[in-house]
Design a protein around this ligand. Structure first.
Ligand SMILES: Cc1ncc(COP(=O)(O)O)c(C=O)c1O
Length: 457
């Protein structure tokens, strides 16, 4: 009889992502470098030349320092912590996987707050754990906000993690995160679920991919207080793109916190695979044990060291991305699309049928993230690029609309609830839980062990 893989892997699907699908692009006659990619949320300025040079000059003929000692020291200095509180990883994804591998016994529960990055659930499943999904949204509170009316009229019924659509100013200002009120509700709901299910792990994406919601420090601190037996993995892969982010270093002494960071996004180093985790030495110790030797190669370590010398590159990328976010949102609204507020640079747009629009744009050499795999088939996620590139996106979009490749009529695009965008206010007022329709049957890849819907006020 042939060897059989672990039972925990049966029925588990790989996680869909943005970025180039090389086979798909080849079939369309595109080379990856020819496609303008708005589906990956990286620094729009690309990689700093000094970082590229450092990677190219790295010694590849011998093994790199497995402990990445020099880089860990530099990262510790950058974060004002000790080197023992840093674990350098092959992209932040390795840290996310190691957390599940190190902290979950088979059959134990990991909690995921949806809609969010699909790799959290996969990490839990690969470790043999059970995924408990908690749906976060605005529900009745959103109806209240819709009452007051956003400047754009229709208020999207999904406001993941309780972010208030009312905060959408329409003049370049953005929602900066969840409100104090709903932060309390969030803490209580998540903590109650995690406690009830004896969760060993909780993944929180901060700011959240794809909604762009950013939780206040008090909410995260309160969660940590409420869940002393749960490892809270705070994924800050995109935090560099949040204006006025609070310093998670302040919480690093906690015995149940793992902060995960990426250099992929801030420094546009997706091809190199470099990230890291921050935490108390005892929290990190089992991850160190589980990490394969030489996981992070010499070019990646050298590039990261060089990148740390250029914090101004990240600041400039953030400033550009946030300014261009406002530009794109304004233009998209003018085209009749409903646009979601975001504390990050990327944001969601209601296009009615994300799969069709993505395909139509890709034929024109432009890529956006179809959010169907997040359970949001009406939405695409867009990360701003430079102004000329953003103009090309808008031109491609206008061409798609004019050609009839994608039907979108102002005010009648379907919302994630399946209601018309123009109807959003009415439908919210009447609905006991918009999320009941938002996350109806067929959500995701059907691999979850358990789901709970939670409407945060
Ligand atoms: C929220 C989030 N965390 C982590 C990652 C992994 O990034 P990397 O492994 O390149 O650091 C991604 C990638 O898309 C992401 O969206």
């Amino acid at each position: 009889m042939a060897p059989r893989p672990r039972r925990a892997l049966h029925g588990v699907a790989r996680c869909p992502h943005g970025g180039p699908d090389h086979a798909e692009l080849a079939a369309l006659g595109h080379r990856p470098g020819d496609v303008l990619d708005f589906s990956v949320n990286s620094n729009p300025l690309g990689c700093h030349p000094a970082v590229r040079q450092a990677a190219a000059a790295a010694a590849v003929e011998r093994y790199a320092d497995s402990a990445a000692t020099v880089l860990a020291r530099a990262l510790a200095e950058a974060h004002g912590c000790r080197p023992e509180q840093v674990l350098v990883t092959a992209g932040s994804l390795e840290a996310l996987r190691l957390a599940a591998q190190a902290y979950l016994e088979p059959g134990e529960v990991g909690v995921v707050a949806e809609p969010t990055f699909g790799e959290y659930a996969l990490a839990i499943q690969l470790a043999g754990g059970l995924v408990e999904r908690l749906w976060l949204g605005a529900g009745g509170a959103a109806a209240g906000h819709a009452d007051s009316g956003s400047p754009e009229g229709a208020t999207p019924p999904l406001a993941g993690f309780g972010v208030s659509p009312k905060k959408e100013m329409g003049s370049g200002q953005q929602a900066s995160g969840a409100t104090a009120d709903n932060a309390g509700a969030l803490t209580d709901e998540v903590a109650a679920l995690a406690r009830e299910r004896g969760a060993k792990l909780l993944y929180l994406c901060q700011p959240n991919n794809p909604t762009g919601t950013y939780l206040p420090q008090a909410t995260v601190a309160r969660l940590l207080d409420a869940l002393p037996d749960t490892l809270v993995v705070l994924d800050e892969a995109y935090v560099a793109f949040v204006a006025d982010a609070w310093p998670s270093e302040a919480l690093l002494g906690r015995s149940n916190l793992l902060v995960v960071r990426s250099l992929t996004k801030d420094h546009a180093l997706a091809g190199l695979r470099i990230g890291y985790a921050l935490g108390a030495p005892d929290v990190l110790a089992p991850l160190r044990l589980a990490q394969p030797a030489w996981s992070v190669g010499a070019p990646a370590q050298a590039a990261a060291l060089a990148a740390l010398d250029h914090p101004e590159h990240v600041a400039a990328g953030r400033a550009l991305a946030l300014a261009e976010r406002s530009f794109l949102q304004r233009e998209l609204r003018a085209l009749g699309f409903t646009v979601w507020p975001s504390a990050a640079h990327f944001f969601l747009v209601d296009v009615g049928d994300a799969g069709t629009l993505r395909a139509a744009l890709l034929r024109r050499g432009v890529q956006v993230r179809d959010c169907t795999s997040f359970g949001l088939p009406a939405l695409v996620r867009i990360a701003p690029r430079t102004r000329p590139e953003n103009e090309r996106l808008l031109a491609a979009l206008r061409d798609v609309l004019a050609s009839g490749d994608h039907r979108h009529v102002r005010g009648s695009g379907t919302s994630p609830c399946g209601t018309s965008a123009g109807d959003a206010k009415g439908s919210l007022e009447g609905a006991s839980s918009p999320l009941a329709t938002l996350f109806g049957a067929g959500w995701g890849n059907g691999d979850s062990h358990s789901q709970r819907r939670c409407v945060i006020g």
